[in-house]
Design a protein around this ligand. Sequence first.
Ligand code: OOG
Ligand code: NI
Length: 268
Amino acid sequence: MHTDRNALFQNLWRNYQEVTPSAAEIHRILGAEEGQAIINDHIALRTFNRSPVGLDALAEHFLKLGYRQGGEYHFEAKKLYARHYEHPDAEAPKVFISELLVEQCSPGLQATVDQLVAQIDADRVSADDFLYSGRHWDVDYPTYRALLDESEYAAWMAAWGYRANHFTVSINHLERFDTVPEINQLLKDNGYAVNAAGGEVKGSPAELLEQSSTMADRVPVRFSDREETIPSCFYEFALRYPKPDGELYSGFVAASADKIFESTNAAG
Ligand code: OOG
Ligand code: NI
């Protein structure tokens, strides 16, 4: 079971790195080459709340590995719902899964999403590789642009499909860095854009979680009619504080998450 879990996260990481060149560079900057272990706090996955690929279908992959459901989070303006999952083994990364509430969107967006989801082979959804299987549909660039006008999240899903949207470095496990502002400064010194939506540091010690993220890398994607360079995936950093019982807080903070979603928005 442990090897299955490691294999899943290794595959998710390899697939994420293919479209996130900054991740390996940031590892180097954090000192991975000098032996600093980089521990993942969590990963995040996105989907549409349409059968057969709703949040629960993605979560099933983690429940099978011994994960348990944690908190739930609502994002009314973005029309998203999310839950987190955690594992009794504290070494296991937490998992944040969100879904777009498609029925709350325009008829046009609903029709597009239904047409994309209809191209998925339902049997594939429970396959071991589904969570890093990318896009299961043809989509052209004008359709991507039309989705972008209404929902950055829907457009990102249409372009990228099933893959880790980000990995998150646990600052608690870093030896040379202790705070989110220090990490943000390091990122900026190395030429990375830090997501400034709602402030570069999201959350507070009182909320028991502080986070920051890069703006997503921009890489070329092949749409059915042409290739275009668009935002892919980003890297996140999390510092957790102990609860009164001494255990580190293991949940998420909806107001912070709301801004982290914007790391895949087109900058400016
Ligand atoms: C998830 C955004 C929320 C967090 O740590 O609060 C999040 C996403 O962008 O898919 O990752
Ligand atoms: Ni995150």
